[in-house]
Design a protein around this ligand. Structure first.
Ligand SMILES: Cc1ncc(COP(=O)(O)O)c(C=O)c1O
Length: 352
């Protein structure tokens, strides 16, 4: 590919931090872990951050810390990565999948009458969801909000960072995300000390003290070396987000029609994905591929259409149509202005 869809970043600074941690700290539970947690909490504007080994674990442990489990129902949108729903089933709770807003692919709760025990809104593509409607829904039912901010490190809603809006925020550091840890990793954020302590315990086999275990738990900790790399990545997150925003602006200005999904008017997207929605989606992708330019579709199959969800028999027409018209253009900070303009020219040959 002349312009790949994604490039993995590995800098000297990341390498030095990793080697320093491996040489000087315990491989598990080293001081880089607590430092990364403190810095991430400060960045997000929450009192606590507890690191884990993936975004999926962050979601699952958050639900468990909130005592969501057997006989609980949890609502989440169908246009997301499957982990947003699987985490619910992994706790033995029932997932209630909901349809999306055709405008931006985010959760749509209008006319939703489901009675549930928790809600997992997703800040999909790095764009904050319509949190006012989520908050209203949660207040009406008196239920906790677990934000799936796995794609939205640093995004803001009404001036507050995502991950600080609900009861718990969940982040992923999978290599394609806006920041990584050089492997799998995740983070939970909260202002609630009890929840933070419970997540800390469940990520460590349900440990209460060194030799006492008072609940069931997993081994879901973040390794020290990954935390050390995460600290470097966090330091550069804002400058990389600024570049993603510039790239989105180049696309918006130079595409024949602005078919990029809109940013939440009350928030700031971090453009994890720059998504266009167009009925000629497949032709656009073909033109890009023919010109050796990478693209991708998030998500080709809404969660409710995945084989493991078919048994529930959902029909969610917005997301089914949406998934046929969307595609993502390269959005990584290393993309040059010239490359972004070349991508626009290529897309314009189809839509212009
Ligand atoms: C919206 C969303 N939720 C959850 C996850 C799960 O994160 P992880 O892959 O780190 O388990 C991801 C990332 O892949 C995601 O994009």
């Amino acid at each position: 590919m002349k312009i790949p869809f994604f490039v993995q970043e590995f800098t000297e600074e990341m390498e030095e931090a990793a080697i320093h941690a491996l040489r000087n700290e315990s491989f598990v539970g080293g001081e880089s872990v607590s430092k990364f947690e403190e810095e991430f909490a400060r960045y997000t504007g929450t009192k606590y951050a507890v690191s884990v080994n993936s975004g999926n674990s962050a979601l699952q442990l958050s639900l468990m810390a909130l005592d969501i489990g057997n006989k609980s129902k949890v609502i989440t949108p169908t246009n997301s990565f499957i982990a947003s729903a699987n985490c619910i089933r992994m706790t033995n709770a029932e997932p209630i999948l909901t349809d999306i807003d055709m405008k931006d692919g985010g959760i749509d709760l209008a006319n939703n009458n489901d009675v549930v025990n928790a809600i997992i809104p997703v800040h999909i593509y790095g764009n904050p969801c319509n949190f006012d409607s989520v908050k209203l829904f949660s207040e009406e039912q008196n239920i906790p909000i677990i934000e799936d901010a796995c794609q939205a490190h640093g995004a803001e809603y009404r001036g507050k960072k995502v991950g600080s809006l609900g009861d718990v925020g969940c982040f992923s550091f999978y290599p394609t995300k806006n920041m990584t840890v050089g492997g799998d990793g995740g983070m939970t954020t909260t202002d609630n000390e009890e929840i933070a302590l419970k997540i800390k315990s469940i990520r460590d086999n349900g440990r209460k003290t060194k030799n006492e275990f008072d609940k069931l738990g997993f081994t879901m900790r973040l390794n020290t070396v990954n935390a050390a790399i995460g600290r470097v990545q966090l330091r550069h997150l804002d400058e990389k987000t600024a570049r993603r925003r510039e790239i989105a602006t180049i696309y918006r200005k130079n595409l024949a029609h602005d078919c990029i999904l809109p940013e939440n008017k009350d928030g700031k997207s971090v453009y994890h994905q720059i998504v266009i929605k167009h009925e000629k989606r497949d032709d656009i992708r073909k033109e890009l591929t023919d010109n050796e330019i990478g693209s991708a579709i998030y998500y080709e199959t809404p969660i409710h259409k995945q084989p493991i969800y078919e048994e529930f028999g959902y029909r969610l027409p917005n997301s089914e149509r949406f998934s046929k018209e969307i595609m993502s253009l390269p959005s990584y900070p290393q993309l040059t202005d010239e490359q972004a303009l070349e991508i626009c020219e290529c897309v314009n040959r189809v839509i212009g």
